[in-house]
Design a protein. Structure first.
Length: 229
């Protein structure tokens, strides 16, 4: 991909993550110092390449899974949690230091609160805990009836999906979307493993494709550091 196309795609995705509405040429044209016609031409090129799509005629563009993957691979800037959030998470480790399962569940609740996503924990392939599912229904993209059905299917299959991920999840914090995400094409997940000593758990944040990857990667990176002995 040419540098100008790459920069344009990154800006479109940032704008869409922020506003949750298709991005038009006027919304970002001024940031590049070029005309709206030039931006529209660049958007059309990115659409032809499969990085964007137009949900309906005369609308702006929305990133595809391919577009998000490119953004994640090339433009992510992992954000460390704010100090208030860090302290809140640290306090839970102190409060539940002798009750690891309860500690991880409490961490998941805090993560769901701060991320406005659902938090899912797998203590084993058959032992799954989830919280913050209502956060998904507050996301703009899940307001349509077809998307409500889609997210309902995700919730119905959480146990099965986490069972698959339990045996696949590596030591790094990773992003799962598209064919690497068992919860479907309408969602993304940031996930990692936690070393609980005698056992291994996995913990993830589940949200729309339009999630705040920078912050959620930072959150799980920080939680993972808390468990390093």
């Amino acid at each position: 991909m040419e540098e100008r196309q790459s920069s344009l795609l990154a800006e479109i995705i940032r704008q869409y993550i922020q506003d949750a509405i298709p991005v038009g040429s006027k919304a970002i044209g001024g940031r590049f110092g070029v005309s709206s016609a030039t931006i529209r031409s660049g958007m059309a090129e990115l659409e032809d390449l499969g990085y964007l799509y137009q949900p309906y005629t005369s609308a702006g563009r929305v990133p595809t899974i391919k577009g998000y993957r490119y953004y994640i691979d090339n433009f992510i800037k992992v954000k460390d949690p704010q100090s208030v959030e860090k302290k809140s998470l640290q306090d839970l480790l102190k409060e539940f230091k002798d009750e690891q399962e309860l500690m991880v569940k409490s961490l998941a609740k805090k993560l769901a609160h701060y991320s406005a996503a659902a938090a899912v924990v797998g203590f084993s392939p058959c032992d799954v805990y989830y919280t913050g599912l209502s956060n998904l229904f507050y996301q703009p993209e899940f307001s349509h009836i077809s998307m409500v059905r889609s997210i309902g299917e995700v919730i119905d299959n959480l146990d099965e999906g986490m069972s698959l991920l339990y045996n696949e999840c590596g030591d790094e914090v990773e992003v799962r979307l598209g064919n690497t995400n068992p919860f479907g094409d309408d969602c993304a997940m940031v996930i990692t493993s936690l070393n609980l000593g005698a056992t291994l758990a996995i913990i993830g944040l589940l949200g729309p494709l339009r999630m705040d990857y920078d912050s959620n990667l930072g959150r799980l990176n920080y939680v993972k550091r808390l468990f390093v002995k």
